[in-house]
Design a protein around this ligand. Sequence first.
Ligand SMILES: NC(=O)c1ccc[n+]([C@@H]2O[C@H](COP(=O)([O-])OP(=O)(O)OC[C@H]3O[C@@H](n4cnc5c(N)ncnc54)[C@H](OP(=O)(O)O)[C@@H]3O)[C@@H](O)[C@H]2O)c1
Length: 370
Amino acid sequence: MKIAILGGYGNTGLKLARLLATAGRADLVLLGRDEDRLRAAAEGVGREARRQVTWQVADAASGPSLRAALEGANLLVVASSTTAHAATVARTALEAGVDYLDTNLSIRTKHEALQALRPSVEDRGLCFITDGGFHPGVPGAMIRYAGLRLPSLTTANVGGTFNLPWASLHFSADSQAEFVAELRDMDNSAFVDGAWLRSWKNLRSFDFGPSLGSRSYAPFFLKELAELPDRIPSLRETGFYIAGFGPVVDYLVMPACLLWLRLFPGRPLPAGKLMVGALRHLGASGSWAVLQLEGSDASGRTVSLRMAHEDPYELTAIPVAACVAQYADGPRRPGLWTQAAYVEPARFLRDVAFMGVQVELRLDGEVSPP
Ligand SMILES: NC(=O)c1ccc[n+]([C@@H]2O[C@H](COP(=O)([O-])OP(=O)(O)OC[C@H]3O[C@@H](n4cnc5c(N)ncnc54)[C@H](OP(=O)(O)O)[C@@H]3O)[C@@H](O)[C@H]2O)c1
């Protein structure tokens, strides 16, 4: 099997390349726009994993350049900040007869582009997986797992918090622009009392333990949540809730970015730079990523599931590698999926734990093996 990783030297793509190369599941080809960075990344990953990793220049904005780079590939993993080119990238994969998995954020324009291709993806028997990564990517799988452990699950909410060493990381300009574009698209819907409710007032408190403490989290709709009430009919309440970045960023910088995007919708980059610059100077120190599910059933049984890693990019790449492992092992499942819907949740949890994610499951307060 040959896997092409677009954005193969980015923060997500490089970690994913290392994981896939070490697992030895496939031949890897790294794709991106910068020849020097591609060569260095392919050599570095190949050396560490003791296998050959190849590279090829490709631009997501150009269908022909990407098409040429997909020669012989079975799967294209999109780990690049190229949501603006989602339609071009996905159509190129479709026309090349190559399966597709993206790690891009859960943005409406991307979903619309993929939905438009759904009939052709199904006709050609291809497998397209979207919303891979940490969030999106994991909360829906956690809720599905909770539904396996408590079959009449009524409530299942997931809180998420992360922090990056902002000052020491390099982000491409497109990533900075995408970061604020996601804020503009943010939908604060959660499933409350058996119905989807869109409201900022829907805050929820999560206790993340002694170091991170307890505070209010805001609802943040992810596409992978939409199908959960049908899949788990007993569910009356579910949602994903996200922590902010501290009062200055949340109440000053973010509103300023949103105002900029409203005034200049076609120019997200200055707002992206402001946001990332503010996080570099005003953000918390330290690096962490935690997802915590709290759930219960009608009889009062409880389930809690915590997944954590000190490096948010590892917690992004590891779930994608676990999804690729299920994809590679088959059976083949054509169609358009989210990562959270595609994976079989019990194996997914075992695999991410094996790859270094801390996974802690509690049933009725007692620690239980996942
Ligand atoms: N689901 C999750 O949990 C999660 C978590 C983190 C990030 N993400 C998403 O994952 C994506 C990557 O994020 P990141 O933080 O890893 O970004 P990053 O470190 O800035 O890397 C982005 C990569 O995309 C490449 N790229 C940008 N435009 C391109 C184009 N037109 N053609 C080819 N390559 C291009 C960049 O290289 P050049 O600019 O040199 O071409 C770079 O290698 C983003 O969409 C981000 O929102 C998702």
